[in-house]
Design a protein around this ligand. Structure first.
Ligand code: NAP
Ligand code: MG
Length: 490
């Protein structure tokens, strides 16, 4: 990304939001924003640094300590979040178009994300006044109780793949519990976060409660993770950066939720309903161009059904088309040239290694040579120790691998450093449940994958996929701390 001091000829000069006001970076520096669909700059953002992050954290701390947010009736907090949910619904098309252009994702997928965003604020608005502590049995003469207290200032460092969903997933529960926030969205996709923070002010969120600091990870992100006045950090992104964030936060003894990558298996037995499985498994690796942490990137197929299953997937993959976000294509461009080259590198290395290509989709004619496109590829059989079977590609690339029986399927499913999600496809529910308990991953789906955004479902990883849980009611525990109060009343 190129740093610009002035964005030539465009009104789309976005600003960061600190203490309820649109602001420039203290340095005055800006970054241009590139649309992945055509590779051209269309807007610019402030390149915030440590000074701006400090200003945002001070504002969030003041809003937490002096403002009404943390101490107001939880039902009133809920009403403001519900109003925000409604405003997002009113601005649904505007936000979807902004995100689709910024991320390169198809407008259909961006609309789905914004629907989920609105649902996050609705869900946690309703939970704000229903989340309390408990009483604890002690000998007579004592009464003990717990309270769920906000951490204070929560820092959120977010990725570019689903910016609206990520902002909703972290900010809705954190705000519902009475925290204030400083959010550092990814530099490649931060425009929707700025707009949502504006709508939050319109909904009645007090200034300083939700601050958006734009800029680069190594500058604004690192300053946020290292700041001694941040009380809790939520990070979603790559395992490598997750390690950096956790080390920085450790210096201040600040707890961190890490939502990292995955290498999730789709396990298809011979008795699976293939008509149901085929579109869902295809979508789970192509939605958002495969740039999702829960992408089902390994297709484990029972050997007895191998020919039939891979032929059905090959037929589907040969018909997949990627193209501009505004068109009616199966999926859009990758986020930037670096990610496109990284994914293409995985594909060309696999081909050079002699891994079989079972099918390959296409780039739409009008998109060739412009944006950051990679057609879908189905590889198979992929050797179990090949990079395609082990590493997160983060692109529309599915690796088919045969297995012999239930025990073999469990062994292969767990044969990765990640543990985020798994899909099991079989008509034998006993087998599905035995496997669900033995697979080391945070989410297991049986005869399906995903559940309409999954706002209600606790979400997080095992192993190198991270730790901590967001979404569902569990997120309210993550974004609060237990305080125990004991009375010795005789
Ligand atoms: P990333 O490079 O780790 O970036 C994530 C965020 O961290 C961005 O805001 C980035 O800022 C920031 N960052 C980068 N370097 C930093 C540093 N040194 N200090 C502080 N912050 C820093 O990941 P990504 O490329 O955005 O996303 C791809 C990865 O995220 C994949 O591995 C994917 O599986 C994972 N992911 C996981 C989930 C989940 O829920 N588990 C969801 C989405 C993505 P800039 O980009 O602005 O530099
Ligand atoms: Mg962008």
């Amino acid at each position: 990304m190129v740093a610009l001091t002035e964005f030539a000829g465009s009104a789309d000069r976005y600003q960061a939001i600190i203490d309820g006001k649109p602001v420039e970076a203290a340095s005055g520096a800006r970054l241009d924003m590139v649309a992945p669909s055509d590779g051209r700059a269309f807007a610019s953002i402030p390149r915030c640094g440590a000074e701006d992050v400090d200003r945002a954290i001070k504002a969030a701390k003041r809003a937490f300590e002096d403002g009404p947010w943390a101490t107001m009736a939880p039902a009133d907090r809920g009403r403001i979040l519900m109003k925000l949910s409604g405003l997002i619904a009113e601005h649904h098309e505007e936000l979807s178009e902004l995100d689709a252009r910024d991320v390169g994702k198809s407008i259909k997928q961006a609309r789905g994300d914004v629907t989920v965003l609105s649902r996050y604020y609705e869900f946690y608005a309703g939970a704000a006044d229903k989340t309390g502590g408990e009483t604890i049995p002690l000998p007579g003469g004592f009464t003990a109780m717990t309270f769920r207290e906000p951490h204070g200032v929560v820092g959120a460092i977010l990725p570019w793949n689903s910016p609206t969903q990520m902002l909703g997933r972290t900010s809705a529960p954190a705000l519902a519990m009475g925290n204030t926030m400083v959010v550092k969205p990814a530099e490649d996709a931060c425009l929707s976060a700025i707009r949502i923070a504006e709508l939050a002010l319109e909904a009645g969120l007090p200034p300083g409660v939700l601050n958006i600091v734009t800029g680069l990870g190594e500058e604004a992100g690192a300053a946020l993770a290292a700041h001694p006045e941040v009380n809790f950090i939520t990070f979603t992104g790559s395992p490598e950066v997750g390690t950096i964030i956790q080390k920085l936060a450790a210096e201040n003894h600040v707890a961190v939720t890490l939502e990292l990558g995955g290498k999730s298996p789709q396990i298809v037995f011979a008795d699976a309903d293939l008509d149901t499985a085929l579109p869902i498994i295809t979508s789970a690796i192509t939605v958002n161009s495969g740039q999702t942490c829960v992408a089902g990137s390994r297709l484990l197929v029972e050997r007895a059904a191998w020919d039939r299953v891979v032929a059905a997937f090959a037929e589907r993959f040969n018909r997949l088309v990627t193209g501009p976000h505004s068109g009616d294509y199966d999926f859009g461009a990758l986020i930037n040239a670096k990610q496109r080259d990284r994914v293409k590198g995985f594909i060309s290395r696999a081909k050079a290694d002699g891994v079989g290509v079972l099918a390959e989709g296409k780039v739409a004619g009008d998109a060739e040579g412009s944006g950051f496109y990679v057609p879908a590829v189905l590889f198979g059989p992929v050797p179990v120790d090949h990079a395609l079977a082990k590493q997160e590609v983060f692109g529309p690339c599915l690796s088919a691998i045969p297995f012999d029986d239930e025990a073999d399927a469990i062994r292969l499913a767990n044969d990765t450093e990640f543990g985020l999600a798994a899909g099991i496809w079989t008509s034998d529910i006993g087998r599905a449940m035995r496997m669900a308990r033995k697979i080391r991953s945070g989410q297991v789906y049986i005869n399906g994958y995903g559940a309409g955004g999954g706002v209600e479902l606790p979400f997080g990883g095992f192993k190198n996929s991270g730790h901590g849980r967001e979404k569902g009611l569990e997120a309210l525990k993550e974004f609060s701390a237990t305080k125990t109060v004991v009375i010795n009343h005789g």
